[in-house]
Design a binder for this molecule. Structure first.
Ligand SMILES: N[C@@H](CCC(=O)N[C@@H](CS)C(=O)NCC(=O)O)C(=O)O
Length: 215
């Protein structure tokens, strides 16, 4: 049995971890669950332990949640050549980690807050609330579009994906798929191209095949 276990909730950020594990050529067992009424089933949360949010990963005695933290851990443990994340002390490491953190703490924060409005605002005018919250999402997506354009490369840091892409790809897909804050694919041709290139990698395809991920 492989030492790494990934608790994978369907239609979620868990694809980030699976893609990274494929990039790192690590063997891993997938414990999979569909959602029930939009959330993770109680038994699945109990089995994983921790916060009961996914991805959750166990590597030997180490149990981790939070996709960005899992990404940093996996790179530090298994990316000894620093192909996916530069070494501690190399300034480039922090430029890469900036995207790892921003994928959750900025892009997803702004996008998913809007999703929560759509789900939970029962009175007033949720569309108006969404409009009021759209500025940050538009700003984030404009910045990603410009960064990709300026980089002149397939991925955020060159023509091979690194840990920043394994985090940012899902966020960009999700925001565009759900048109959070009114953003749409027509306005972001570089992001659409980037998503296509991420999904064309053999490692991403393997991760989808192994986990059954679909949005
Ligand atoms: N910031 C966390 C978010 C984790 C999270 O909220 N995961 C969602 C799936 S994308 C989840 O587990 N939802 C199930 C539930 O709340 O029951 C991360 O990046 O891992």
């Amino acid at each position: 049995m492989p030492p790494i276990t990934l608790w994978f909730l369907q239609a979620s950020r868990c694809i980030r971890t699976a893609w990274l594990l494929e990039e790192l050529a690590q063997d891993y067992e997938v414990k999979f669950s569909d959602r029930e009424n939009g959330v993770a089933p109680a038994g699945f949360k109990k089995d994983a332990g921790g916060l009961g949010k996914f991805p959750t990963l166990r590597d030997g005695d180490t149990l981790l949640f939070e996709s960005g933290n899992i990404a940093e851990y996996l790179c530090d443990m298994y990316d000894k050549q620093h192909k996916l994340l530069p070494a501690v002390g190399d300034p480039k490491r922090y430029q890469v980690l900036q995207w790892v953190h921003a994928a959750e703490a900025t892009w997803a924060l702004h996008g998913i807050s809007i999703l929560y409005v759509r789900w939970n605002q029962k009175d007033g005018d949720p569309k108006k609330t969404e409009q009021g919250m759209s500025k940050n999402v538009v700003n984030d997506m404009n910045y990603l579009e410009e960064t990709l354009k300026k980089s002149g490369s397939k991925f955020l840091f060159g023509d091979e994906p690194n840990v920043a892409d394994t985090m940012m790809h899902f966020t960009a897909v999700f925001i565009l798929d759900r048109e959070l804050g009114g953003v749409n694919t027509r306005d972001y041709p570089e992001i659409v191209r980037y998503i296509t290139d991420c999904e064309a990698t053999e490692t991403y395809k393997k991760a989808v095949e192994k986990t059954g991920h679909k949005l």
